[in-house]
Design a protein around this ligand. Structure first.
Ligand code: ZN
Ligand code: ZN
Length: 448
């Protein structure tokens, strides 16, 4: 597999003298394995890639575009992707299932006449759409596994496996839980303990990757003000790469405020951190135009088809328990799409347990400080019932620590939402757990 970076920024394109070395275009990475062409995100960088394909690839062009999500910096280049405009070419676009609109409508939206002169329907290539859950599917001989990221909307990370080599694309994601860092300099080799199941699952997902392209938008100093924005620190990217014994970490989705010199400093910082740990992990900051070549072994190509059919969309039964009426109102409004959600509310912990056993909801969301029975006690009661053993139970908390969360995971809490959080983030997290429930062989807890 050969990969090439065409766009490395987050948020918005920032061309100019300060972004010459690492690039000013938004997210786009090309991956080629023999005749298979995969494009990771369609930020503004995809225009350059499209021109290159038109000039150098024998038509017809068949491209598979894996979108991490549909925020602008990941789709804005699509209308400017020349191969999509040429007849005979075949483009398949993938994204997570479960946005407010089908993927096709999302892409049509940005090409409405108000914003753009050509409609999606007028693009002459054959364009297809596929919405995915956490699953494994094949694109030619390349095996693709999708995994939910922790972002402000449903976002997917993708693992590409071919000929014994693995590339993971994980952008627009932030730590799920708190974790120790060594924090200090001076060569302290303290390894962080990841206790949050989201982080544990993610590390499992990226385990042993030859190349990990990871969100590294913030520094540790910036992050406290950006919690809940759905992006990682350079430190987190390094820590998960070390924990998962990755070969090569590529820092990605550079912040728009970062000049070339500043990106270079972050790269240097990450390399020092790796050196302090005595690890051989290679670290580079993604730069437009750079390529990474991974030599595949033909005998390790997989020709099996592992795809599971996408489950039909169904209506989910949700149970919310909080004694604060204003929070309940906010939650109800946030999940008001009636065709998707059937929302029930409980005013206290005892009632929550009663309603859970009666309703058998698809997901339970409890406030930590519920009256009559707190969040943990209610979770224990819920887990005592055989039919609720695997129901996702999410806890909302306003102060938390690794120890408190570790204890929660032990008694059967599925996930935590720490206040303050954006409603969009809560929605994405709830959707993630509901969709995981729909996947066979995807038990709620890998720690259980
Ligand atoms: Zn982004
Ligand atoms: Zn985003």
């Amino acid at each position: 597999m050969r990969l090439r970076f065409w766009g490395t920024r987050g948020s918005i394109a920032v061309p100019g003298p300060d972004t010459v070395r690492y690039g000013g275009n938004t997210s786009c990475v090309e991956v080629v394995s023999n005749d298979v062409l995969i494009i990771l995100d369609c930020g503004t960088g995809v225009r350059g890639l499209g021109l290159d394909l038109m000039a150098n690839r024998k038509p017809p062009i068949e491209a598979h575009i894996l979108l991490s999500h549909t925020h602008w910096d990941h789709i804005q280049g699509f209308p400017f992707f020349p191969p999509a405009l040429a007849p005979g070419n075949r483009i398949t676009v993938y994204s997570a299932r479960g946005y407010e609109k089908p993927l096709k409508e999302v892409l049509e939206g940005q090409m409405d006449y108000t914003y753009f002169p050509i409609k999606l329907a007028q693009m002459a290539s054959d364009i297809n759409f596929r919405e995915v859950d956490e699953e494994t599917f094949d694109i030619g001989h390349v095996q693709v596994t999708s995994h939910f990221m922790n972002h402000t909307v449903l976002a997917m990370g993708y693992k590409l496996f071919s000929g014994g080599k693995t590339i993971v694309y994980a952008t627009d994601t932030e730590p799920f839980g708190t974790y120790h860092t060594d924090g200090t300099t001076g060569g302290s080799a303290v390894r962080p303990q990841f206790v949050h199941e989201g982080d544990v699952r993610f590390i499992h997902f990226i385990e042993g990757a030859d190349v990990l392209i990871h969100d590294a938008q913030y520094t540790e100093q910036e992050y406290p003000k950006k919690v809940g924005w759905g992006h990682s620190t350079v430190d987190y990217a390094v820590e998960v790469a070390l924990a998962a014994k990755v070969g090569h970490l590529v820092l990605f989705h550079h912040d728009v405020i970062r000049t070339d010199d500043q990106v270079a400093q972050l790269e240097e910082y990450a390399r020092n951190k790796v050196a302090e740990r005595g690890s051989s992990l290679i670290v580079t900051a993604a730069a437009e135009g750079t390529e990474i070549d991974l030599e595949e072994r033909d005998e390790m190509r997989i020709h099996r088809r592992l795809s599971s059919p996408a489950p039909a969309t169904r209506r989910y039964k949700l149970l919310f328990a909080d004694d604060d009426p204003s929070t309940i109102r906010l939650l109800q409004e946030s999940f008001s799409d009636e065709h998707l959600y059937d929302v029930h509310v409980a005013p206290d912990g005892i009632k929550a347990v009663e309603m859970a056993s009666e309703l058998k909801p698809d997901l339970v969301l409890l406030d930590m400080r519920l009256s009559l029975l707190d969040g943990y006690s209610a979770t224990k009661e819920i887990r005592h019932q055989a039919q609720l053993k695997h129901t996702p139970v999410l806890i909302i908390t306003d102060h938390s620590s690794e120890e408190i969360e570790a204890e929660g995971f032990k008694i059967g809490v599925t996930d935590f939402m720490r206040k303050p959080f954006a409603i969009a983030q809560l929605r994405a997290r709830v959707q993630m757990w509901l969709h995981r429930q729909d996947q066979p062989n995807n038990a709620t807890s890998i720690l259980a």
